[in-house]
Ligand binder design. Sequence first.
Ligand code: HEM
Length: 415
Amino acid sequence: MSLADLTDLTNVFVDPAAYADEERFHAACRVLRRERPVVRVESERYRPFWAVTRHAHVLDVERDHEHFRNAPRPLLTPAEMEARAAQANGGQMLRTLIHMDDPDHKAFRGVTSTWFLPGRIRALEDRIRELAVRYIDHMADLDGSCDFVKEVAVGFPLHVILSILGLPEEDFPRMLQLTTELFGSDDDELSRSRDPQEQMAVLFELFQYFVALTADRRTNPTEDLASVIANATLDGRPLNDIDSASYYVIIATAGHDTTSSSIAGGLEALLRHPDQLARLRDDPSLGANAVEEMIRWVTPVKEFMRTATEDRTVGDETIPAGDAVYLAYLSANRDEDVFEDPFRFDVARPDNKQVAFGYGVHFCLGAHLARLELRVFFEELLARTANLQLAGEPSRSATVFVGGLKRLPVSYRMR
Ligand code: HEM
C-alpha cells in the first residue's frame, strides 16, 4: 500500500467528520484490520500515535495495563489543547479515573465502585423506569412525531445520572449545556466555540459548580452519590477540590452522552432493520441481548488511548516506549475474526463479545447502569408505541471521542 493510500485510510481517526460518516469510517477500518492492523498515524492536529483496529489487539493493550498506561495521554486531544492543559494549573486541570493509573486509580475507583455493582444498580430499576415513562409520556404529548434525540435521548440518561448524583432538577439544563459543549467541542453546531481557550472555559465552569457541591455535601451529607464523593477519604484525608470535582465531571459526562448516543443509535438501528424491531417486540426476553447488540452497533466511545512505558510488541509492530496507542473500539466491534457477519444488526446475536465498554482495570464503571437504562427504556418504548418509523434523515455529530446521532426524526403512534 502506498504511503498516500495509507494516510487516506488513517485520516479517519483524526478527522472528526469521518466519525459522522460511518460508511467511510468502517470502509477504512476494514482495510486496516486486514492489512495494517497496528499502524502509525501522523497528522497536523494531533501528536503522532499508533492505532490498533483489531479486537484481539485492543484487548492485548488493555490487559497489559502495567506497560500501557492511561497517563499522560488518555484520549485523542489536539496538540494545542494538550499544551494549554499542561500549562493550566501545572497540568492538574482535570484528574479523573481515566487520567490515572495504579495505585491511584485503584484507590480512587474504590471510592464509588460499590455504588455501581450490579446488585446496587438493580435497586434503581423502579426509579429508572419512572423516568423512562416520563420521557415516553413526553413523546405522547408531541403529536406522533419528534426529533427523538432532542426530545428524549438526551434528557433521559442525563436525568438518571444527575438524579443518582443528587443534583437538583433546576440545574439539569445548565449541566446539559456544559456537557454537550464539552463533548461536542469538534462539532460547530454543538460547541461553544472552536477556540481552545473558550473550550477550557467550559471545563472551568463545570469545576466551579462541583467545588460548590462538594462544600455543600460536606456540610449537609445526604444519601446521594455526591455525598459519597464529597465525604470520601483516602489515606485518612478528604479528596482535594480538583480530585472531587474531577470525579463528578467524569460521572456526569461519562454517564450521559454515551448512554444517550446508545439509545438514539439503538433506536435508529431498530428502525432501519424492521425485522429486528418486530423480533424484539414479539419476544421481550431478548431485551438484554438486544441492548448488547445496540451498544456494539453504536460504540459511542470511539477511542481511548494508552502510552507505552517500555518498548512493547503489538501484533507485528513494536510500539516504542513513550508512544501512544489509540484503541479503535468502533473498529474492534466490527472485527470479522470475532463477530460473525459483523455488519448485520442482530438483536439475538449469541455470545456478544462487544468491547464498547473497554476492558480490564478501566472497564466502564457505569456499564451495568447503562445496560439497565437501555433495557428499561426500550421495554417501555416498545410497549407504548406502534408504527415507529424514521421520518427524515438522521445526522451524526463530528467528534473524535464520544458521540453519535444529533438528530433522529421519528414518527409513531401511541398505544
Ligand atoms: C453505553 C454507555 C457507555 C459506554 C459505551 C461507555 C464506555 C466506556 C469506555 C469505553 C470506558 C473506558 C474503558 C477502558 O479504558 O477500558 C469507560 C469508562 C468509564 N465510564 Fe463508561 N460508558 C457508558 C456509560 C457510562 C455510564 C452510564 C457511566 C456512569 C457512571 C459511566 C462511567 C464511566 C467511568 C467513571 C469510566 C472511567 C473508569 C475508569 O477509568 O476506571 N459510563 N466507559
